[in-house]
Design a protein around this ligand. Structure first.
Ligand SMILES: [Zn+2]
Length: 319
């Protein structure tokens, strides 16, 4: 891998340090807020406070998974990264289509326009006005990943257009793809589709495949393709317990996939301590890692999940 792109510049992969690969530290108030008020995280001072908690617990870097055009706040991300000393990898790309108002450019643009917008975010600077119209203004901070999302309806023509544009942008830039799924549903079809554009499976991070503990065989099949599995249902007790999460991680390791595991909390406003929530961005280091240790995970394996695997998964293959 050549480098990892953060909002404050490129770094060598071995300088990444401890990294959670799917978080939300800033989301502007928009359509997602209308659907769920917890999907608005727009107070810069509180977000900075949360990053300082993360830093204090040993956090070096995190991925902010909110794409521009769906409430991503790149200028503020860069400011809180500079002020906290926590490096942030920001997202271009697209979210689930329910998060966009009617006539949003993500819904109406052709493949080529989308591809071009994603590439600009990755190589020129993230757009700052994309929530309301086709991007026109950009800031200094660049995107480091292409966030994509598939909802439970599967890969219809709308999503095919978006995923093709994202895959072509990944191919042209060498940037990795961070992919939301609903409990891994339709992920196998999706991986095959993205691969058809010449993208290697180790360029894809599949998120939320362990929302439930069901369809385990299918989940092992997903891992077998060679993608990274972003395990981010930690401390999300409405889905399952942390003990179940650890059992899932152990199953993956026993099947030989410990080099393909990434961790995250997929935070919302409700789970950030500085916004009054109880989990906190420091939960993995303070609570979940000690639990993994008690459950027999050795330090080398834990380092893979939090340091070594993210350094490879987030690395770019081209300049
Ligand atoms: Zn997310």
């Amino acid at each position: 891998m050549l480098h990892i792109r953060t909002v404050t510049g490129d770094i060598a992969p071995d300088a990444l340090g401890y990294c959670q690969c799917h978080e939300h530290i800033l989301i502007a108030k928009g359509k997602s807020f209308e659907l769920n008020p917890a999907l608005c995280i727009d107070d810069e001072a509180s977000s900075l406070e949360e990053l300082l908690l993360y830093k204090e617990a040993g956090g070096d870097t995190l991925v902010d998974a909110q794409p521009t055009g769906a409430g991503g706040m790149p200028r503020a991300l860069r400011r809180i990264s500079e002020d906290s000393g926590v490096r942030i990898v920001a997202s271009t790309g697209f979210h689930k289509l329910i998060f966009y108002p009617e006539q949003h450019w993500i819904l109406t643009s052709d493949e080529d326009t989308l591809r071009q917008c994603f590439i600009y975010d990755l190589t020129v600077g993230l757009s700052t006005d994309a929530d309301t119209g086709l991007p026109a203004n950009r800031c200094e901070a660049k995107a480091g990943v292409i966030k994509c999302a598939l909802d439970s309806h599967g890969l219809d023509n709308n999503y095919k257009r978006l995923f093709k544009a994202a895959a072509l942008a990944a191919k042209e830039t060498g940037a990795p793809m961070l992919i939301h799924t609903e409990d891994g549903l339709n992920a196998l079809d999706l991986i095959e589709y993205i691969t058809s554009f010449g993208i290697a499976t180790d360029r894809m991070m599949i998120c939320h495949a362990e929302r439930s503990m069901q369809r385990m065989e299918e989940k092992l099949q997903i891992a077998k393709t060679g993608v990274y599995l972003e395990c981010d249902t930690i401390a999300r007790f409405k889905y399952h317990s942390d003990e179940d999460e650890i059992e899932f991680l152990k199953r993956l390791c026993e099947a030989g996939y410990e080099d393909r595991i990434l961790l995250g909390l997929d935070t919302t406003r409700q789970r950030l301590k500085s916004y009054g929530g109880s989990t906190g961005l420091d939960y993995i280091q303070r609570t979940f890692i000690p639990m993994m240790r008690e459950n027999g995970m050795n330090a080398e394996r834990i380092k893979k999940f939090c340091v070594d695997n993210p350094a490879l998964a987030l690395g770019w293959t081209q300049i």
